[in-house]
Design a protein around this ligand. Structure first.
Ligand code: FES
Length: 116
């Protein structure tokens, strides 16, 4: 195995499978709970791109996967706060702390993220 292939192999080993890409509707969000991890994540599909964040809103203990994706943001179902999907930065009060985001890789129609 050459150095480049070894690097790709190491990167793949660090990734966690989230779900199939076609399980996340365009302009939608899906909650995923990878086995062996004690946390849920929210996976978003927006304009052909996929994003992943912690599922819990940083304002309270509410699942963002029950919120709505609109105008490039996820709106929390509890108090209407929001975050930009591309950065995780808060975009509407009362959210003030950024949302932890994870880079998503699409491999053969499956979504993976480095959740470490
Ligand atoms: S819990 Fe999300 S905005 Fe308050």
């Amino acid at each position: 195995m050459n150095e480049s292939a070894a690097r790709v192999d190491r990167e793949l080993q660090m990734l966690t499978r989230l779900c199939r890409a076609d399980e996340v509707p365009e302009k939608g969000v899906k909650q995923v709970a990878p086995p062996n991890l004690d946390a849920e994540y929210a996976v978003y599909h927006l304009d052909g791109e996929f994003y992943c964040s912690d599922d819990l809103c940083t304002h309270g203990l509410t699942s963002l996967s029950y919120g709505e994706v609109d105008d490039g943001q996820i709106f929390c179902p509890m108090h209407g706060g929001a975050f930009f999907l591309k950065t995780g930065k808060p975009s509407a009060q009362p959210c003030r702390l950024p949302l932890k985001m994870y880079r998503v890789e699409v491999i053969d129609g499956e979504l993976f993220a480095d959740l470490g």
